[in-house]
Design a protein around this ligand. Structure first.
Ligand code: SF4
Length: 444
């Protein structure tokens, strides 16, 4: 049996200088490859809206992953996937994985998908593929939505934490690195013990689970020695949740004498000065903190209470250690007033991080903020960005961007702004309203 694993077209297509390999899709393809003949197709990277004929002729099943661990896909991408399924679903079996199909299975089944795997797929995917033509056995597998004679059948719902450790190291031979940004990326964990109300991770993946330290450093070594990568960013939601694990990873990198520059996403709540010094010692140079607000009131509403004084202290220390620091802020969290925005503004001006990402809130399915504000899901579907037009302090946001510009920040408003700049001075500071390039301006 031949299986095609698809990263669907992300409409509008992602700018290749910003694009990371779809690691969650590659992870699925690697798992399937151990059991079936497998082809990998990244429609986003290749800018294609159709499955090439030579591939389509030779496959029996298409497995599509959308909005699973990397939250890249947009509402438009999901709509386009529906079109794709309508076009090909009558002839081929389509198996879907990801948050969007999990929360809206009917839409995909009605479009022609054969099976939706709801939630975590680790222990379910291979049995599903092995029994794809055996509806009786499929009905015994939990957490599926199945199309049976044009009717929808839901199998038993069973809580599963999955078995993340059992997943293989992604097989990078299935992708062409030339299609992606220069800085390589890795994902080594999933889930979170935090309860931020806007974040889907703890509600979809539940508790924190991670790959073994050996696996993580093996993968890093493959990127360095086989693919000659010089910079790697860990795109785990929060790489320092487990301080012990992070410390062991650093010790292993040191032991193997890997020469590589590293970056990761972390959280203020999981900062530890000694750990960050060790991280710096083994090559970490870039760190992202999702701070999200300068107002303690709003932070409480977000489900991530934090002292602003402590945030100030952490960012100061991390900069002193030598890290290039990126921070992100949500400008329009429900209940946010001009006064809250001013507190955020003052905090940013005080911290002056090297990179600032300013967001409008994305209402993601499965998150408390979405349930609490159902009207904000304008399409009733995936998520919308709210506020940008209606926000009454929009003018103040623009003035703030201007203020940062005067402090020598480059300001990025539109995605295409990133295409203009390829080269930056060391220590160049950015503020961006759109996704930002990784791996800029950090060196030895
Ligand atoms: S700490 Fe990060 S991953 Fe965890 S719930 Fe908050 S935003 Fe999500």
């Amino acid at each position: 049996m031949n299986v095609l694993v698809i990263n669907p077209p992300n409409i509008p297509f992602t700018n290749s200088s910003l694009l990371a390999p779809p690691l969650d899709v590659l992870e699925v393809a690697t798992l399937i490859k151990k059991h079936f003949k497998t082809t990998f197709l990244d429609m986003d990277a290749l800018n294609v809206k159709e499955i090439p004929n030579n591939i389509y002729q030779n496959i029996d099943i298409a497995v599509v992953l959308i909005d699973y661990q990397i939250p890249l896909h947009t509402t438009e991408a999901a709509e386009y996937l529906l079109e794709l399924i309508k076009k090909y679903g009558a002839e081929k079996k389509f198996v879907l994985i990801g948050k969007t199909p999990t929360y809206f299975p009917e839409r995909f089944i009605n479009a022609g998908a054969s099976i939706i795997i709801c939630g975590i797929y680790d222990e379910i995917l291979i049995p599903v593929l092995e029994n794809i033509f055996n509806i009786k056995t499929l009905k015994q597998i939990p957490n599926l939505v199945i199309c049976e004679n044009n009717r929808i059948f839901k199998t038993e719902r069973k809580f599963t934490q999955g078995n993340y450790k059992s997943l293989p190291i992604p097989d990078y031979s299935m992708i062409d690195f030339h299609n992606y940004m220069d800085t390589a990326s890795m994902i080594t964990s999933r889930g979170c013990d935090g309860k931020c109300k806007y974040c889907s991770t703890p509600y979809f993946f539940h508790q924190f689970q991670s790959r073994s330290v050996k696996d993580v450093v093996d993968e890093l070594e493959i990127l360095v020695t086989q693919y000659h990568k010089k910079k790697v960013i860990f795109l785990d939601d929060n790489m320092t949740i487990s301080k012990e694990r992070m410390r062991d990873i650093c010790i292993e990198i040191k032991k193997r004498k890997l020469s590589i520059l590293l970056g990761c996403l972390s959280s203020i709540a999981h900062y530890d000065k000694e750990l960050f010094k060790l991280m710096y010692e083994v090559g970490f140079r870039w760190i992202h903190f999702g701070i999200e607000s300068g107002s303690e009131e709003i932070l409480k509403k977000m489900g991530k209470p934090m002292s602003i004084t402590y945030i100030r202290q952490v960012i100061k220390e991390v900069k002193e250690i030598g890290f290039r620091v990126r921070t992100s802020f949500i400008l329009d969290y429900p209940g946010c007033t001009l006064e809250d925005f001013n507190q955020t503004k003052n905090l940013i001006l005080d911290l002056l991080p090297h990179e600032i990402r300013l967001h409008y809130l994305a209402y993601r399915p499965g998150t408390p903020v979405t349930y609490e504000n159902p009207k904000e899901q304008v399409s009733g579907y995936i998520h919308s960005t709210s506020g940008s037009k209606n926000l009454y302090y929009q003018k103040e946001i623009l003035l703030f961007l201007h203020q940062l510009e005067k402090q020598n920040y480059l300001v990025f408003i539109e995605d295409q702004d990133w295409r203009i700049y390829n080269d930056f001075n060391q220590n160049q500071k950015f503020v961006s309203m759109v996704p930002m390039k990784y791996g800029m301006c950090w060196y030895e």
